[in-house]
Design a protein around this ligand. Structure first.
Ligand code: SAM
Length: 311
C-alpha cells in the first residue's frame, strides 16, 4: 500500500467516531508498504498489510472460498469485463470509459467502491491525485495491484468446459499507476474520514450489499460537502441472496421503498434524508450497457442504470 495513503485512513471499527491509524512498517519498497500493520489509536484494533495489500474490512473474515468473487473463473470473467477492449476483443464494451467520461477531473481523492479488478480506478487515476479501489474480494484486489505494479497481467480466458487460452492485459502508457491504490475494505464501513473525498463511484454494487442504505450513508459521510461528485450505477437485480427484502431500496410493491430503486435513490439523495444531508443535485440519469463473459459462447448483457450527482 502506498505509504502516503496511511495518513488518510481511519479505523472502520470505531465508526461513526473517527480515529486515525498508526502505521508500523516492517518492509517497504519505493514508498510501497509491503509488510506492516495499521493500528487504531483508540480501540487498538490491528489491520495487517500483507504482500502490499491493506486489510481494512472489519467484518467476519468469512470463508473466502465461499465468496464467488474470490473464484479464479469469476476473476477471469471480471478481468475480461474490465479490460476486454485492451485485448482487442470485438465483443468487449466501452462501459468503463463511458462511466469515466461522466466524471469531472479534480484534485484530491476518488473512491471506486466495490471496484473489483480496478478498471474504473485506473480511469479515475488519470483525473485526480489519488484513486482508491475498495473491494471485499482479495482475489480482485490482488489482480488489480498486479496490473498496477507490473504493468501487465496474464490470465486464462475460458473457452468451453476445461478448455481455455492465455491472454495478457497490458496497462496503457497514459494510465497513472502512481496515482492508484487498491485495498480490501467494506463499502458499508469506509476507512476514510468525513468530507475528505472529492468523487465517489458505486458501480454495480448497491444491489449486492446486505445494507444498501448504510452504503449510501457512507458515500454521503466521506464525500466533501461542496465540490464533490457521485456516480452510482446499478442494474437493480435485488435478491435475497444479498439482502433481506426489507433492506432493498426498490423492487417492491409497498413499504418505504416501493417502486424502482433508481427513483428512490434519487429522491433520497436529493432531499438529504436521514444521514444523507446535505442533499445532492442529480445532474444526469441514463444507462450503460455492461457485459460479463462466462465462456466463449456465453455472455451476460446488463443494463446498468446510472445517476450522476454533485454538491
Ligand atoms: C457486481 S460486482 C461490480 C464490480 C465493479 N464495480 C464493476 O462494475 O465492474 C460487485 C463487486 O462488489 C464487491 N463487493 C461486494 N460486497 C462488498 C462490500 N461489502 N464492500 C466492498 N465490496 C463489495 C464484490 O467483491 C464485487 O467486486
Amino acid at each position: 500500500m502506498k505509504q502516503h495513503l496511511a495518513d488518510r485512513l481511519i479505523c472502520p471499527v470505531c465508526l461513526p467516531r473517527e480515529h486515525g491509524l498508526q502505521v508500523d512498517i516492517r518492509l517497504a519498497e519505493d514508498g510501497d508498504i509491503v509488510d506492516g500493520t495499521l493500528t487504531c489509536c483508540h480501540c487498538d484494533r490491528r489491520f495487517p498489510i500483507r504482500d502490499g495489500i491493506a486489510f481494512l474490512d472489519p467484518g467476519q473474515q468469512e470463508d473466502r472460498r465461499a465468496n464467488r468473487y474470490e473464484q479464479e473463473e469469476v476473476v477471469s470473467s471480471y478481468l475480461w469485463s474490465h479490460y476486454g477492449d485492451l485485448l482487442g476483443d470485438e465483443q468487449a464494451t466501452d462501459a468503463y470509459q463511458q462511466w469515466a467520461g461522466l466524471m469531472e477531473p479534480h484534485g484530491g481523492l476518488a473512491l471506486d467502491l466495490g471496484g473489483a479488478v480496478g478498471r474504473f480506478t485506473f480511469e479515475m487515476g488519470c483525473k485526480c491525485d489519488l484513486a482508491v479501489g475498495i473491494d471485499k474480494s482479495l482475489a480482485f484486489i490482488q489482480a488489480a495491484r498486479r496490473l498496477m505494479l507490473e504493468g501487465e497481467l496474464r490470465f486464462t480466458l475460458k473457452d468451453e468446459g476445461l478448455l481455455g487460452h492465455e491472454v495478457v492485459i497490458r496497462r496503457p502508457a497514459q494510465w497513472r499507476p502512481e496515482r492508484v491504490e487498491f485495498i480490501v475494505a467494506d463499502a458499508q464501513r469506509l476507512p476514510f474520514a468525513a468530507a475528505t473525498v472529492a468523487s465517489v463511484a458505486s458501480l454495480n454494487l448497491v444491489d449486492k450489499l446486505p445494507k444498501p442504505y448504510a452504503h449510501l450513508q457512507e458515500i454521503n459521510r466521506v464525500a466533501a460537502i461542496a465540490e464533490s461528485q457521485l456516480l452510482l450505477s446499478d442494474p437493480f437485480s435485488w435478491s435475497t441472496e444479498a439482502a433481506e427484502i426489507d433492506q432493498w431500496l426498490g423492487g417492491k410493491e409497498d413499504g418505504p421503498y416501493a417502486g424502482k430503486g433508481m427513483d428512490n435513490i434519487e429522491a433520497l439523495l436529493r432531499h438529504g434524508h436521514e444521514g444523507l444531508s446535505p442533499g445532492w443535485q442529480v445532474t444526469q440519469r441514463d444507462h450503460v450497457w455492461w457485459k460479463i463473459r462466462t465462456h466463449s459462447n456465453h455472455y451476460e448483457l446488463i443494463r446498468s442504470c446510472f445517476l450522476k450527482a454533485a454538491r
